[in-house]
Design a protein around this ligand. Sequence first.
Ligand code: TSJ
Length: 648
Amino acid sequence: MSEEMNPNTQNYDESQIQVLEGLEAVRKRPGMYIGSTGPKGLHHLVYEIVDNAIDEALAGYCTEITVDILPDNVIRVSDNGRGIPVGIHPKEGISAATVVYTILHAGGKFGGGGYKVSGGLHGVGASVVNALSEWLKLTVYDGTHIHFQEFHRGDYTDPIHIIGDTCQTGTTVEFKADPQIFEETTEYDYEVLLKRLREQAFLNAGIRIVFSDKRGGEQDRSEVLHYEGGIRQFVEYLHKKRGLESLTQEVIYVSGMDGDSYAEIALQYNDSYNEMILSFANNIHTADGGTHETGFKNALTKVINEYGKKFGLLKDGTRLLGEDVREGLTAIVSVKLTECEFEGQTKGRLGNPAVRPFVEKMVFDKLMSYFEENPTEARAIFDKSLSAQTAREAAKKARETARRKSAMESASLPGKLADCSEKTTEGTELYIVEGDSAGGSAKEGRDRRYQAILPLWGKMLNVEKARIDRVYGNEKLMPIVTALGTSIGEDFDITKLRYGKVIIMADADVDGSHIRTLLLTFFFRFMRPLITNGNVYLAQPPLFKVSRGKKYKYAFDETERDRYIAEMADADGNTSKVGVQRYKGLGEMSSQQLWETTMDPETRSMIRVELEDAERADEIFTILMGDKVAPRKDFIEQNAKYAQNLDI
Ligand code: TSJ
C-alpha cells in the first residue's frame, strides 16, 4: 500500500467518528433520505449511483456507462470517466473517494464545475447508498493504478488501497441493497430501471448507457441506450410507444442559453386529444411543472395566437386558450441550471423565477421564426388548435345542457344504482361492477348500510379518441359520473363526492382487466383528483377455492393456491382429498362467497390505486384501444406475460 493512502492517524480517527455518526442517521431513518424503503427507494439507489456517472459525462470526461443487474440482485455501475479522485481530501484527511462514500452530503462538494445533476435523491449522494447497502465495493482506475475499497453497511476497516496496475480510467461501483433496510424486497424490476435509464439517455444526447439483466434467469436481456438526437428522439419515441400518428413530419426543436442557464425544448403534435408535457430540471423530472414549463406554455399560446392574428384566421373576437394549443401536443422541456430550487410538498416543481422569462422569450422568438420559415407546418398546427377551440365551445354547451338537466331532474341517480342507506361520504363505498350477474350477487351479498352497487352495462366509449363533450351522454360512463356526484373535467368537485371509497370490481381475466384499464383511464383523464386523493380501489376477488371436507381457503394467486394445497395434504403429502376450484369470474361466486372473499372489510384485500397505476393504465389503454395495429402488436409481443393477465 502506498504511503499517501495512509492518512495521519489523528485526522483519520476524527473523520471516522464523523462517518459513523453521519451514516448511522441514514440507517435509522432511511425514509428521510430515499423517500421509502419499498421498491421505489430500492430503485432510487441505482439512480443515485448512475447520476454520479452522468455528471462525469456532462462534465465531458465520460462517454459510456454500463449498468448491470447481477445474480442475487447485485448492481454494478461502471463509467470510463476520470475516476473518483483518490488523493487525500484536504479537510477530512482521508481519501476523497472515501469521503464521497462515508460522509453525508459529500457528493459534488469538490472538483467539477458545470451542472451538478445528481437526480435520483436530489443529490444526497453515494454515501446514502453505501449506508443502505449490505456491502459496496468501489474500484477506481486512474490510468496508473487500480484502487479498491470495500464497505459493509457504510462502515469500512481498510482504507482505499492499490490492488493492481492499469492504463485505463474510470469508476466501478458494485453494491447489494441491505435486506435489513429493504424488508419488502431487494429485487429490481428491469422495466422500471430501463424507463429511467432511457429517459436519462434521451436527456443527455450522445451518452451511451449499456443496461443488462444478468441475473441468470429467462428474463436476461441487454439494451443499448444511445440517442444522438436527444429529446427530439424522446418525442418520437413517446409517439411510437403510444401508437400515435404525428401531425407534422419533423419534431420542432429549440434551445438557448442565458448566462449559465440552458434550455431545450422538443415538440410535436399527434392525432390524439391529449397533452403530454414532460419537464425536467437538471435531468430531474418535475412532475408538477414550474417556471420552465410555464414559460414554455405561455410562449406557445402567444405564438399560435400571433400567427392566427397575422393571417386573420382567428374567430371574431376570440383567442385560443392554452388548452386549445396544447391539444394533441407532446413536448419535452429540459433546463440545466447551476442551482435548482425545487418547491412543493414532493419537490416536484421548479421554482427559479428567472427561468420563466428566459424560456418564454427564447421559445417565443425561435418558434415565431420556425412558423415563418415553415408555413405548412404552422398552418397544420394552427388548424389543430382551432378545432380544439371549436370542440371546447361544444363541450361547454354540452356541459351547460347537462347542468340544466341535472338542476331540473335534481339528484336523479342512475336507475341501476343500488344505493346504500347511509348518506355520508365518510365510510361509504361504491362498487362498480361489470356484468349483470356479478352485479346481482354483489347487491345481495353487500352490507346495504354503507355499500352501494353500480352495475355497468352498454358499449364502451373509447376515451382515448373522445373529447370531454362525448363523455356527457355516454350511457356507460354517465351513470358513474352521476353516482359519484362530482362531475368531471374542470367542473370536478371532490367535496360533492358521495362515497368515501370507489371500488372497481371486475373479473381476473382479460375482459376484467380491459374494464379496469378503461375505468382507470377514465378517472385519470377526467377525474384525476379522485385518484390523487386516494379514493379509488381495485377489489381483489380470489382465483381459487382450495377445500378439504368442510374446510376451505381462498387463494389469490397460484403460489397461494399451492401453499394451501400443501397445508391440506395428508401427512405423507398425498393431495388426493384436496379439491381446487378455479373461479373464472365473479358471476360464479354465490353472494355469500362474494361478500366473504371480496367485500367484507374484515377479510377482503383491496389495492389502493396510485397515480402511477392510472398513468400506466392510460398508456396501456392507448396502445390496446388505438386503431394502429403495429404498435399494438409490438406491445403485446414485448409484454407477453403482462398482456396475458393484463393485471394492473
Ligand atoms: F459517486 C459514485 F460513487 F456514486 C459514483 C461516482 C459512481 C460511479 C459509477 C461513478 C462516479 C464517478 C465520479 N465517475 N466519475 C466521477 N468523477 C469524479 O468524481 C471526479 C473526477 C475528477 C475530478 C477533478 O476535478 O479532477 C472531479 C470529480 C468530481
